[in-house]
Ligand binder design. Structure first.
Ligand code: NDP
Ligand code: MG
Length: 387
């Protein structure tokens, strides 16, 4: 798929970005800028960064904008303005969109994603929490509606590219992990880690929540669950390998033993562009080529499940299914915010999530209302632990 033929009438889309002011959102706009007239921006939505949203509005001239809450500094330049969760819903159910890039962080991604699916709008999904909270429901609805869920997460984009439509020939998925800032630290050092250390990721510059998840390796746990849903793959067939240089973005082993990996310079621009241009491969924002000969190190290590127990918990929750991953996700998100607020240590994120998870009575096949109710209840319970 994707011959790279990029004549002006191919693959032009009307697109909205929710979370346009974040790490993925701003990089998406960099991609779109390089593709010039291929995309028309229908809507941009940010949370609280009004200054940046104003700049984006002035440059990309969306028809609609959305902000977390009303703010007199917002300069919408005549665009129709919405606020809060209702605003995100409004934007994501607008059929003027061909595709919506869901780049908000955390639980707020789920409802707008469901709205887009209900309205037959394709989704470029960065927000992995959506699939961890309610992957069964989201994927089922997308299938029924004929909506594409195109992965933005680099590992899943890599796997998507490697599979290239031949899912039935796949034996297993191999997800790479950079290992985060504490890869070579001892458990004691991890226990003493400060917020600043946890936010200093060696390879990727990302939002705060995912950066902390990358430090505990819960991010890899969430990605295992994300891969399970996106590629309908048993957990036994999803493996993780640590690859500190992040050149191999993930790989797929086929039934004949052949492994295909997707390799390149570590950059979110490539998976973002692939998701919104699929199946095309325009040159777009490509800035440099990967040089095998110039790479001094290309290491692969087994993940240390003892030092990073969140990954095991994610495997367990994934295999348990039902509301188990909803619970784990909610407890983790609240624990991450508590760590960022200085209320708990980095390692307490794991102990907190584990404790809440063990108390949870799993509901199998929850409907969406049950998911939201469980999510709310778990968040409350988790926050109570910190007070
Ligand atoms: P950021 O924290 O950088 O960005 C989050 C975005 O969501 C911001 O635009 C923020 O707005 C917006 N937002 C937050 N709260 C609200 C709200 N209540 N209503 C509307 N918008 C809101 O996160 P990232 O870009 O790093 O990550 C986004 C998602 O992508 C996450 O789910 C993450 O796991 C995933 N992802 C990220 C990667 C990366 O490299 N960054 C890689 C792979 C996946 P504002 O800033 O204006 O408040
Ligand atoms: Mg990733």
């Amino acid at each position: 798929i994707g011959t790279g033929d990029w004549s002006s009438d191919v693959c032009s889309s009307d697109l909205s970005i929710i979370g346009s002011t974040g790490s993925i959102g701003t990089q998406s706009l960099e991609v779109i800028e390089k593709l010039q007239d291929k995309f028309e921006i229908i809507a941009l939505a940010g949370g609280s960064n009004v200054e940046l949203l104003n700049k984006q509005i002035a440059k990309f001239k969306p028809k609609y904008v959305c902000l977390g809450k009303p703010d007199e500094r917002l300069d919408a330049k005549g665009a129709k303005t919405f606020y809060g969760d209702d605003g995100l819903q409004e934007i994501c159910s607008n059929k003027e969109n061909d595709i919506i890039l869901v780049a908000v962080s955390g639980k707020i991604g789920l409802k707008p994603t469901l709205s887009a699916i209900e309205n037959g709008i394709d989704i470029a999904l960065a927000n992995k929490e959506t699939l961890v909270m309610a992957g069964d429901i989201v994927m089922k609805k997308a299938k029924e509606a004929g909506v594409k869920i195109l992965p933005v997460d680099s590992e899943h984009s890599a796997i998507f590219q490697c599979i290239n439509g031949a899912l039935e020939k796949v034996d297993r998925l191999i997800i790479t992990a950079s290992g985060g800032p504490f890869l070579h630290k001892s458990i004691d050092e991890i226990k003493k880690a400060t917020v600043e250390q946890a936010l200093a990721h060696p390879r990727w510059n990302m939002g705060r929540k995912i950066t902390v998840d990358s430090a505990t390796l819960m991010n890899k746990g969430l990605e295992i669950i994300e891969a399970h849903h996106l590629f309908d793959m048993d957990y036994d067939r999803i493996k993780v390998v640590v690859h500190p240089q992040s050149y191999v973005h993930s790989a797929v082993e086929f039934k004949d033993g052949s492994i295909i990996a997707q390799i390149g310079v570590p950059s979110m621009h490539i998976p973002i562009q692939y998701a919104i241009c699929y199946p095309e491969r325009p040159a777009g924002i490509k800035s440099r080529s990967f040089s095998f000969a110039d790479v001094a190190e290309f290491d692969f290590l087994k993940p240390d499940f003892e030092k990073f127990p969140c990954m095991n918990l994610a495997y367990e929750a994934g295999r348990t299914g039902g509301s188990a991953t909803t619970c784990m996700n909610a407890a983790n998100e609240e624990a991450v915010y508590a760590f960022l607020d200085g209320k708990i240590t980095l390692y307490d994120i794991y102990t907190t999530v584990e404790k809440i998870y063990r108390q949870h009575k799993v509901v199998q096949n929850p409907d969406i209302d049950e998911i939201f109710a469980i999510d709310k209840e778990i968040r409350q319970k988790t926050r109570e632990l910190f007070n």
